[in-house]
Design a protein around this ligand. Sequence first.
Ligand code: ADP
Length: 413
Amino acid sequence: MFDRSRRNLAHWFALSMGGILFAFAGVGYCLNVEEQLRFFDEELIQQGKTLATKTQYSLYQRRQTPTKNGMSLNGGLVYARWYDANKQLIQFIGSSGTKQLTATPGFQTVPTQSPAKTIWVRQLTLPVLQNQVLIGYFQTATPMNSLRNSLNQARLFLTLGVPVTFGIIGITGWFLGELAMRPTHRAYQQLQRFTADASHELRTPVATVLSNAQVALMPPEDPSEQRFRLQKIAETAKSMSTLINNLLFLSRHDGSLAQTILKSVDLSELLRLLAVEFAAQAPTQNLNFSTQLPQHPIILQADADLLKQAALNLLSNAFKYTPATGKVQIRLFTQSHHALIQVEDNGIGIPATDLPHIFDRFYRVDTVRSRQTGGFGLGLAIAQQIIQAHQGKITVKSIVGQGSTFQIELPLN
Ligand code: ADP
C-alpha cells in the first residue's frame, strides 16, 4: 500500500515538475530565438542602411533596364536590390531575383537557391523616401547560418538537458515520496501495533468470560460454584470496561488541547483533594503516604480533570508497586516558570533497560505482576499523553529495589 502511494507521489511529482520544466524550456527557447533574431535583424538593418546610403538616389530618377552594380557586397550580405516606386528592379548586386518586387517591406526568412544547395536567408525590404515621397525600394539579405548554428546548439542542449533533468526530477520524486510517506507509515505501524495489542489484551478476558459463562450455564451441581463463576465474569467484565475506557481515553485525547477548553486551575488545591483519597487508601495497604503541597495557590491554564487523571495514574502506580510498610510522597513546587509535581516511592523500582519504554502503550515491566495488579500498561501512556497535551513533560528516575520518582513539569502561563 505504501509502496504504491510512494510510486504515485513520485509519479505525480515527476509529471508536474516535468511539465513545468518542459514549459520553461519551451518558453526559454522561444525567447532565445526571438532575442537572437532581434539582434540578427538589427545588424542586418545596420548593414542594409550603410549599403543603401552608398547608392545615388538619382538612379531612381533614371529609367533603365536592370543592371548589375559594380559595387561589391561586404558584411556577409548575399544580395542587394534596388526597385523603383513601381516595384520594378533597377539595379542589383549579387543575384537579381525577380524583376518585380513581390515582398512587402520588412523582414522575411526566405530560401535562396545557391548552385549547391538551398540557403535560408533573412531578407530585409525597405521603402526609400525622398522629401517624404516614395521613390523606390531597397532589398538586401544575409545568410542565417550563424543564427541557425547557434539555435541548433541551444536545441541540442535542450534535447540532452531536459531528459537528464527529467530523470533527476523522477529520482528526487522517488526519494521525496519516501520522506513524505515516512510519518504516515510510522503512524500506520503504531496504529497497527496498538490495534494488535488492544485485541490481544481483550482476547484473554473474553476467553475467561466465555469459559466461565459456559460452566455457569451447565446444570448447577454446586450453587456456590455457579456463583463463583458469575463473580469471575463480573470481575473480568469490569477489567475489560477499564481497558476499553483507557483505550477510548487515549484515542479521544490525542494531540494538544484546544485553548477554549483550558481553564484556570489551582494545582495545589487539585492535588490536595486527590491526596485525601489516597490518604484514606494508604492504611489499607499499610503504606506511609505523605504530601508536600504549598498552602498558596499555583494557577495554570489546564483541563483539571485530565491533570487529575495524570497525577492519579502516578499515585496509583506508586501504591501498586510499593510493598507494605513502604513510603509514597507527592510534592508540588515551582521552579523557573514551571510547576513541578513529583511522586516518589521506595517500592520495587524499574530496571534501567525498561525505563526508556515504560511510557509506551501496553508496556509492562513484569507482565505477570502487572496483570495481578490489574494493569494493562496504559496508565503511564495516558499520563504522558495528558501532560504533553498541556505542553509539559513527564520524566522518571528509578533504581531497582530502591524506588522511583516520577516528575511532571508543566509551564506556568
Ligand atoms: P500498569 O497499568 O501496568 O501499571 P503503567 O503504564 O502505569 O501500566 O506502567 C507501566 C509499567 O511501568 C508497569 O507495568 C510497571 O512495571 C512500571 N511502573 C510504573 N510505575 C511504577 C512504579 N512507581 N514503581 C515501579 N514500577 C512502575
